[in-house]
Design a protein around this ligand. Sequence first.
Ligand code: CDP
Length: 793
Amino acid sequence: MTIQETAQDAVPTGTHGHGRRPRREAPRFVRGRGRYVDDITLPGMLHLAILRSPVAHARIVSLDTTAARAHPKVKAVVTGADLAERGLAWMPTLSEDRQAVLATDKVRFQGQEVAFVVAEDRYSARDALELIEVEYDELPVVVDARRALAEDAVLIRDDLPGKTDNLAFEWESGDAEATRAAFARADVRVVQDMVVPRVHPAPLETCGAVADYDRVEGRLTLWCTSQAPHAHRMLLATISGLPEHRIRVVSPDVGGGFGNKVPIYPGYLCAIVGSILTGHPVKWVEDRTENLVSTTFARDYVMHGEIAATRDGRILAVRSHVLADHGAFNAAATPTKYPAGFFGVFTGSYAIEAAYCHVTAVHTNKAPGGVAYACSFRIAEAAYLVERLVDLLAAELGLDPAELRRRNLIPPDAFPYATPTGWVYDSGDYPTALARLLETAGYDDLRAEQAERRARGEPMGIGLSFFTEAVGAGPRKDMDMAGLGMADTCEVRVHPTGKAVVRVSVQTQGQGHETTFAQIVAEELGMATDDVDVVHGDTDLTPFGLGTYGSRSTPVSGAAAALAARQVREKGRLVASSLLEAAPADVEWERGAFRVKGDPGRAVTLAEVAVRAYGPDAPPSPDGQGALEANVCYDPASLTFPYGAYLCVVDVDPGTGKVSVRRFVTVDDCGTRINDDVVEGQIHRGLTDGIGLALMEQISFDEYGNCLNGSLMDYLIPTALEVPEWETSMMVTPSPHHPIGAKGIGESATVGSPAAVVNAVVDALAPYGVRHADMPLTPSRVWEAMQGRAEPP
Ligand code: CDP
């Protein structure tokens, strides 16, 4: 791995918090001491297993649980009818739809929850599922979104009054008329249909819960795999009718989320019902197949894209129509006003006059969802669309794709930059990022090598992408989930001995928050990072907030942490002034200590202040609250917009169509970096994702709606074997509206990298007359393309 010197490396990062340091959670994980939901064992705990539909669409004719109930180790068997009696058979989704907890009338996708068993052990619960007799009356299925609105398509959502078709929603963004006018003026127009296939976030830890309902106290504790514990508590209270203040949601260590653990799943509710019914704690943990087949998928966009430009390569407009497959229930996790997520950011990193997109979302007989798989709500689809279109346009114009990008990138002096679809990018220096990428990669030499190899019949491809992410959802006036405004709270408390605790509402799933939030606070308070502890993942112990997805932790909660620490510092200044015997106005904060202006040798640290702050002669706290405590809810002014320039080099085996990624060169800018090592780790993961998405990953179905990818043998995810040595470098353009200038980075690379890989493969196949091929570019699909045939997506 090469880590280039960065702008930030040249600038002192502060004496205390920020900078490279090992993740403090690492020893716990590498020694197998992580504590995940499945590690929780409570006295008297029972185990829950879910009976799932073997078919994709059917009426339930009869359901007989007699034999299962008679199993000696079974404590409860619950059906949809049982839940319906308690008003619990349906639950709201995060996208203003509803979803069956257990099927009552019909099953609408393979793997849908039909009944559950609670037994003394996991094996008996599974065995008893086989004793439940269900008679299904099979119905026609809709598998292909392109057939969902056909006249003769079977109606999937006949549970919704008045529903007569499979339309989930329609949504548009941009100015259709201005875009039409720009297209009419253009010299060149390029059109391409492309598919971003259904994929799965596939976290290594599947979803699960342990519910413990205390009948005496009327209190529920739910340990669950949640990326958003506070939002989940509110939803669980609403659905179950249990009072919110008597529900405690604990999200312990989470083994990867990637959007998969944002929604509420029927299994969580089943575990709660199981515990209420039996009076015992109840554990439910999915197996791999359940996770892949029934929990929320991502992407599944069939896109029609158009781009218009002048002959000399100035892009005038982009336009797209998307057919979005949302499965049987619309359980996408996305802000309410944005049913197609942030797809509206599809003008990418270019100064484009006009843009318009229209999204038609449909129901099919597939698992519900449409989550932001390591991206900010559909922005991965948007970045892919525009980056493929730009490459197609370059080919049409006979221009080098790097040169076409260079001519159209948003110039640095245009920031803050308003896109034609209404987004305001905060900061960036795009041309420098591209120039640095091309120089680092040795672009001209690569093109020369490619020409030589082509002459020898060796397909080599060079792919570029330049992406802009939009991360840090809110502000809450514009963005909410299930009616909860998207803001986050942080509480900082410095104890009398000068040690601090920071409590956050976001939820790490492996991103290293325990290290980086401590660093943010340490930097602001002039303390050692090791003296700051981070508490998260427990609604009883942390302040309210919307949780972690869409790389929002640093842009939102990180800002709250910095501001709360600054408030504590302000309180400390009053105490310091009495210690230093100087007027408060004469005490300044410099180099991690309170110093007397003009006499910097007279100084005290916050740790020294802390003892006095709690002492009998402490000055009164200015806000009447704790001596060195602060609680800040940060409602972001806007999103932050990290960006990056990527270059991928591939070799294609002409005999088999197998693609090997030889090099991956990147420049990322996420503003101020808190911890370079953590940022690097996030980028490595995202780049690995990009290779998986571009070359391997797809959830597919047969004509009956059977899911064909129920294991990691069938759903391929990349390993160390498929990835090259990353060649990463950084730029730092702080966000002007974030207190420490930081932007999110968790998902940038997943958003930016698939287009670079696909552009590289298509570039390699250009001598074979290939203009486009859809992901995943498996050996067979690539080989077919080389023969002039398209394998159906
Ligand atoms: O919301 P999520 O944690 O997934 O994404 P993020 O806010 O982009 O942060 C991912 C990890 O990278 C966290 O540990 C952040 O503190 C760290 N990070 C950083 O060190 N510097 C940044 N500018 C952005 C994130």
